[in-house]
Design a protein around this ligand. Structure first.
Ligand code: ATP
Length: 273
């Protein structure tokens, strides 16, 4: 059904172990896991549990994975929607989807609501070039703000949102009692890339010449998603060559292919600007 597109609820078996690197982000989110597991511990002393946190960082760095891991660690339901689902929506539909999503979430609390690409709806109001669509986007944003203000601080619903453009977000979203925490998720460094390779090499049948440290050195600037892609691509290249194991050269071909793809993407971006 169509509704499913916007408020998928699922039980999650992702944990922090599946997220390589990102030590600081995990530490900050650990606190939210604690709030979800033992809310009384915090509220008994009169404290207010934060309503949400914004995950900020480049594409493919593990923001969605982290949000799922929070739900998995706390063993609570995970509701998600993407800001881009709301682009080109009929009048009134966006706002009512948001209302429905929060109604369901409140019924299932404690839980996580994850909003991917929140910039698609959360751009500063009155700053979009496209006026017609803008009204509906603003309605959707206003509904989101209303929902965030409407439920009690200790309702057990925690909203995580992801963006790679925190700078364009409406300041109203960042006000106290809304997304008052920002968690930065950066591209992985050498050590982190090695750790991400270790996660994604695990399911592959590998030749002895494949080493995560070497692969990490070959992939500066790659995101976690790019690395997952390299591992999968290498396995497909090996299979295409009728091999029984995945070898170093398959990884190098996969890296080349993905670097090619990245270069093409960058060229398109620079042409636009
Ligand atoms: P986007 O901004 O494009 O939505 P994102 O930051 O939400 O991206 P994810 O969707 O979480 O990125 O990452 C895509 C995939 O990349 C993950 O499902 C996972 O396979 C891999 N990945 C990314 N970061 C990590 C990481 N730190 N550890 C392990 N795998 C990772």
């Amino acid at each position: 059904s169509k509704a499913k597109m916007f408020d998928k609820e699922s039980s999650i078996n992702v944990t922090f172990q599946d997220v390589a690197g990102l030590v600081e982000a995990k530490q900050e989110l650990e606190e939210i896991v604690e709030f979800l597991k033992k809310p009384e511990k915090y509220t008994e002393l009169g404290g207010k549990i934060p309503k949400g946190a914004l995950l900020v960082g480049p594409p493919g760095t593990g923001k969605t994975l982290l949000a799922k891991a929070v739900a998995g660690e706390a063993n609570v339901p995970f509701f998600s929607m993407s800001g881009s689902d709301f682009v080109e929506m009929f009048v009134g539909v966006g706002a009512s989807r948001v209302r429905d999503l929060f109604k369901k979430a409140k019924e299932k609390a404690p839980c996580i609501v994850f909003i991917d690409e929140i910039d698609a709806i959360g751009r500063a109001r009155g700053k979009s070039p496209n006026m017609g669509a803008n009204d509906e986007r603003e309605n959707t944003l206003n509904q989101l703000l209303t929902e965030m203000d409407g439920f009690g601080t200790n309702s057990g619903v925690i909203i995580l949102a992801a963006t790679n453009r925190a700078d364009i977000l409406d300041r109203a979203l960042m006000r106290a009692g809304r997304f008052d925490r920002q968690i930065h998720v950066e591209l992985p460094d050498l050590k982190e890339r090695k750790a991400i390779f270790d996660v994604h090499l695990r399911p592959l049948r590998l030749s002895k010449d494949v080493e995560s440290k070497f692969l990490a050195k070959q992939t500066p600037g790659f995101s976690g998603a790019d690395i997952a892609n390299v591992c999968n691509e290498a396995a497909l290249i090996a299979a295409r060559g009728n091999k029984k194991i995945v070898e170093k050269e398959d990884f190098l071909s996969a890296v080349d292919r993905i670097v090619g793809g990245l270069e093409k993407k960058n060229k398109i971006i620079s042409k636009d600007e």
